[in-house]
Design a protein. Structure first.
Length: 220
């Protein structure tokens, strides 16, 4: 009977020990899981913070790029000088266009020679003016004005000696006005670089006027 009681007591002790071990294991597992969850939350928070920082850098970068000023600035050239440059550019383009027409339609050799020179000289002058305008931030017209187009259209309908006389007559009148405009700009212009270009170009323009007058005097 005592033996049975001892066995029963031993069994109870073992059962209690097993229960205690199981409880401890459960608590440890719970504690570990709780820590893991907490760590996961911390990592998530860190990831969110990193994402926020990256977003902030990206926005700053975009704002910096968007705020970069354009390289093109408004021209500081005096309006009167700009107007002169515009008219000269249109005039030179018209001289080249009419010269090309006269080179193919004129019957007089001197008229043809004059026309060829207009194409060469005014083409060069216009190229120089374009380069100057670009450095000054001035946008020149890409085509001639309506008056020049109408004059060219009228001249294109003539032929033979009539064409020669009309063309060279227009060149005399036109170059008289151009010489006067260049002389005025050389004296009253505000932009020093433009005035230098005008002064250097004047001898060529005056020579055109002289050549046009001489050619006109030879026509019968």
């Amino acid at each position: 009977m005592k033996t049975h009681r001892w066995i029963f007591v031993l069994f109870c002790a073992l059962a209690l020990a097993a229960f205690a071990c199981h409880k401890e294991s459960t608590e440890n597992t719970t504690t570990t899981d709780t820590y893991a969850t907490s760590s996961s939350a911390t990592d998530t928070s860190a990831t969110t913070t990193t994402a926020t920082d990256t977003s902030s850098m990206s926005t700053t970068g975009t704002a910096s790029t968007a705020g970069t000023p354009s390289s093109s600035a408004a021209s500081s050239v005096d309006p009167a000088d700009q107007d002169f440059m515009t008219k000269v550019a249109q005039g030179s383009m018209a001289e080249v266009s009419l010269g090309q027409m006269a080179s193919s339609k004129a019957t007089n050799a001197d008229v043809k020679a004059f026309a060829d020179r207009m194409v060469t000289d005014h083409g060069k002058l216009n190229d120089e003016l374009k380069q100057l305008a670009q450095t000054k931030g001035v946008t020149l017209p890409a085509d001639v004005d309506k008056a020049s187009k109408d004059a060219a259209d009228k001249l294109s309908k003539e032929s033979g000696k009539a064409f020669d006389k009309s063309y060279i007559g227009d060149m005399v009148t036109g170059h008289e006005k151009v010489v006067a405009a260049f002389e005025k700009e050389a004296k009253d212009g505000k932009d020093p670089d433009l005035k230098t270009w005008v002064t250097n170009s004047l001898p060529t323009i005056k020579d055109h006027l002289k050549m046009a007058k001489e050619t006109k005097s030879k026509l019968k």
